[in-house]
Design a protein around this ligand. Structure first.
Ligand SMILES: [Mg+2]
Length: 277
């Protein structure tokens, strides 16, 4: 039996610095881990944003976009994918969420518009300069962040009570609202945990003689679902957010440092990674 480690990692505030969106401070450690483990980016970022980062990491691992909405599996990775797949560029894509036009249709229903949707300030309604000042991304990165296929990020301008009502209505209609680092995200009935399970099951089916250990790393509420799913959970401390409450205590590691150093800090504490060092 072979052993293989799958690391599902969030990007902003977890692997990438919240301010510089870079991981250069731990690049040697990252490359070492990447040569021994399969590192899966599991982010609210879009395909266009992640593909840009992949130019730096230069690996051939699958990744997950827009909060668990789709799995992108490179064509030359030998995984048999059950069910419906779409081919986009050099990837086999498994859709778990719903296309963005369905979400827009849902939001444009009259009853919703008045009470709830009018309190949502959607990313697509913001000017590029506004997004630059909100996120610290540059103009070309903003363009990539706006190319969304499965999700509508927004800033909520109403009360918490109203937001909770809106969340329930979304649930009843098979949509979901998740809280990311900077935005709320309106998506289909999916999350990062569901995407972790879907990809892990593809790996397991194709590699029957491999024992997979899963690690998940995150910093925000929208990472909770994957942190719960994984054998080992690493929570990276955030500069801007309070530490998420996390009920499980077994195999949970919390960093003292922020990203990207916090990414390294939680991993080196985990027994399966210790064995590699
Ligand atoms: Mg994050």
């Amino acid at each position: 039996m072979e052993d293989k480690i799958l690391i599902f990692t969030d990007l902003d505030g977890t692997l990438l610095s919240e301010n510089s969106y870079s991981y250069y401070k731990i690049i040697d450690f990252y490359n070492y881990i990447s040569s021994h483990c399969i590192i899966i980016f599991n982010s609210s970022k879009t395909y266009s944003e992640i593909i840009e980062l992949k130019r730096l990491t230069n690996d051939n691992y699958p990744f997950i976009v827009e909060n668990g909405s789709a799995l992108y599996i490179p064509e030359n990775v030998s995984l048999n994918i059950p069910g419906k797949i779409t081919k986009i560029n050099n990837f086999n894509v498994v859709q778990l969420g719903v296309p963005v036009n369905k979400i827009i249709n849902f939001c444009s229903s009259k009853k919703l518009s008045k009470k709830y949707v009018s309190n949502c300030y959607f990313l697509y309604q913001m000017s590029s300069s506004e997004i630059v000042s909100l996120t610290g991304l540059n103009i070309s990165e903003v363009k990539k962040a706006k190319k969304r296929n499965y999700s509508l990020p927004f800033i909520w301008r109403g009360s918490i009570e109203l937001l909770n009502e809106f969340k329930l209505i979304c649930q009843k209609n098979n949509f979901k609202i998740l809280k990311g680092g900077r935005f709320f995200h309106l998506i289909g009935e999916t999350d990062k945990g569901k995407a972790l399970r879907a990809l892990l099951s593809i790996y397991k089916q194709c590699h029957k003689n491999t024992r997979f250990t899963t690690i998940a790393l995150g910093d925000s509420q929208n990472d909770k679902d994957m942190l719960i799913e994984a054998d080992f959970a690493g929570i990276v401390k955030s500069e801007s957010k309070s530490l998420m409450n996390f009920r499980r205590s077994k195999n949970v590691f919390i960093s003292e440092k922020i990203s990207p150093e916090g990414w390294k800090e939680v991993l080196v504490k985990m027994p399966p990674i210790k064995n590699l060092l």
